[in-house]
Design a protein. Structure first.
Length: 70
C-alpha cells in the first residue's frame, strides 16, 4: 500500500488492529492468537495501532447510559 501511494505522490500511514481482551480467557478462538499473529506477520510495519474493544458491557447497555455513568 505504501508503494502504491508513493507511486501517485501520496504519503499514507498504515494502522493495525489489535484485540484488547485477554487472549487466554477469550471465548473467541481467533482472539486467542490475533495479537501474537499480527506481530509475527507484520512486525513493525504499522505506523499506529487501533485497539478494538466494546466499551459497553455484555448486557448491551445503550451508549447514552454508558456515557452518563462516566
Amino acid at each position: 500500500m505504501r508503494k502504491a501511494a508513493a507511486d501517485v505522490g501520496a504519503k499514507i500511514k498504515i494502522g493495525a488492529q489489535l484485540v484488547q481482551t485477554d487472549p487466554v480467557n477469550s471465548w473467541n478462538a481467533v482472539d486467542k492468537t490475533w495479537n501474537s499473529g499480527l506481530f509475527a506477520s507484520a512486525g513493525d510495519y504499522a505506523d499506529f495501532y487501533i485497539v478494538h474493544d466494546y466499551f459497553t458491557g455484555s448486557d448491551n447497555e445503550r451508549l447514552q447510559l454508558f456515557l452518563i455513568r462516566r
